[in-house]
Design a binder for this molecule. Structure first.
Ligand code: DLL
Length: 438
């Protein structure tokens, strides 16, 4: 069995519920959730179509009879059509990228926020956070659930927060050093970048006050963990979540760092084959599907995450009983995460369609030359619009640049190419080349 890297403290006794008690609790909460969801016209219809009588849902095994929810369902019910409470009960709204220009929104009641901060507190404490620590949060604060989600979890533990938000890395290093933060919270790629900048500023690994790091929001590897730990002289922990389900806090690592415990008293997790939607046996890789058990404002039934991972139900030395999910090893759709921001190729296409003079031929190349992602969009100019004049071409490029930024929230390098120069494919066009070595 894996050794624990930190002293094993448990924030909430519910994390160690025996499996049979946990299943019973899940069954009760699932019945409540389905009853609540049935008040939403979208779910009322979906349940009726699936032949599910909400009153007949009793055990957690009934989850398999429920209809699936996908990101487009949220989009089609834009902005908040899946709300299960009166609008007046909303105390917070967050959002994430949709497959096109519009984001998908999620909402929280007072109780949802309380549950959420408790879930974040659990994984932070499992990974070494103590009330006496100061935590440097370098996630964006805004519609993204990372900044505020972690912020309130840290406060719940009673630790201090430095809400640094993203950007200006030398200043981040200065704040960490001068305020003496023991814990760093951000995306794993940004942690690597902070390590790189700290080194360039003359800090030897381990000379910053940092001791622990909690990273998530994008995929990363064990190799990256080793690099971050060496570069910053810390222990690094992985945590996972998605806005549609709640945000960060769906699962997180304990001191064993052998998978992320899913907070099963609040979410039912399934691992299914992405095409047949049939269950994948434990240990096999499939798409994770979550059903919320306690969310009031926006309960979701069988949300298809598109994240590919596996589940491990073997006992953990930390005593937590929640099933462990592996790292996310891929996606069953084409969503990209560029510098922590979720981006769909269809968004880039939508931006290009807004600009006259571009042909529908483009490709996106993503790489990580240093520690940060870089995206280059190559766009073919339509034959009639191809000019020798530099000024016009620069204007066109700048317009595309602005539209892509407006739709995706990410700055990409736009390269205009001459008509008919991008390779045509006989079948499905390959638009994305991801050279990042994850
Ligand atoms: O990224 C929530 C979050 C914020 C989690 C901060 C952890 C820390 P979304 O913006 O909705 O929410 O993006 C969700 O990000 O479906 C995964 O593809 C990816 N993702 C999140 N955490 C991890 C992780 C937040 N630890 C999408 N490893 C998810 C791999 C992750 N991928």
């Amino acid at each position: 069995m894996a050794k624990l890297a930190v002293e094993n403290r448990i924030w909430d006794p519910a994390e160690t519920l025996p499996r049979d008690a946990l299943r019973a609790l899940q069954g009760r909460r699932l019945a409540e959730t389905v009853a609540r969801a049935a008040k939403v016209p979208f779910y009322r219809d979906a349940l009726a179509r699936a032949g599910v009588d909400p009153a007949g849902v009793r055990s957690v095994d009934d989850v398999r009879r429920l209809p699936f929810t996908v990101k487009d369902d949220l989009r089609e019910n834009y902005p908040l059509g899946l709300l299960a409470v009166p609008r007046a009960e909303i105390v917070r709204v967050h959002g994430s990228s949709g497959t096109t220009g519009k984001p998908t929104f999620v909402a929280y009641t007072r109780n949802d926020l309380d549950v959420w901060s408790g879930l974040v507190a659990r994984f932070l404490v499992a990974g070494g956070l103590r009330p006496e620590h100061l935590v440097h949060v370098a996630f964006g604060y805004g519609l993204f659930t990372g900044g505020f989600g972690l912020h309130y979890g840290i406060e719940k533990v009673g630790a201090g927060v430095v809400p640094a938000a993203g950007g200006n890395t030398p200043r981040q290093v200065l704040l960490i050093r001068d305020l003496g933060a023991e814990v760093l919270v951000c995306t794993p790629s940004y942690a690597l970048h902070i390590a790189e900048v700290a080194k360039a500023e003359g800090f030897l690994p381990g000379t910053l006050p940092l001791r622990f790091g909690h990273f998530g929001g994008e995929p990363w590897t064990e190799e990256m963990r080793v690099e971050i730990e060496r570069g910053l002289g810390i222990l690094a922990f992985n945590n996972y979540g998605l806005s549609e389900v709640i945000g960060p806090g769906v699962s997180g690592e304990c001191g064993a760092r052998a998978g992320m415990h899913v907070q099963e008293d609040h979410f039912v997790v399934e691992c299914v084959h992405p095409e047949t939607l049939e269950p994948v046996p434990d240990g096999g890789t499939g798409e994770l599907v979550f059903t919320t058990l306690t969310k009031e404002a926006l309960p979701v039934l069988r949300y298809r995450t598109r994240d590919l991972a596996s589940l491990d139900r073997s006992p953990c030395p930390c005593g937590r009983t929640g099933v462990r999910m592996s790292r996310v090893v891929g996606r069953s759709d084409d969503m990209l995460i560029i510098r922590g921001v979720n981006v769909f190729p269809s968004q880039v296409e939508e931006a290009l369609l807004r600009v006259e003079g571009t042909a529908p031929h483009y490709l996106i190349e993503i790489s990580r030359p240093g520690t940060l992602d870089e995206a280059v969009v190559k766009v073919e100019v339509r034959p009639g619009d191809f000019r020798d004049e530099m000024r016009e071409m620069i204007e066109l490029r700048d317009r595309i640049d602005r539209e892509i930024h407006a739709v995706t929230g990410v700055r990409m390098t736009v390269e205009l190419v001459a008509p008919n120069t991008l390779e045509r494919s006989a079948g499905k066009a390959r638009r994305v080349f991801d050279h990042r070595n994850r």
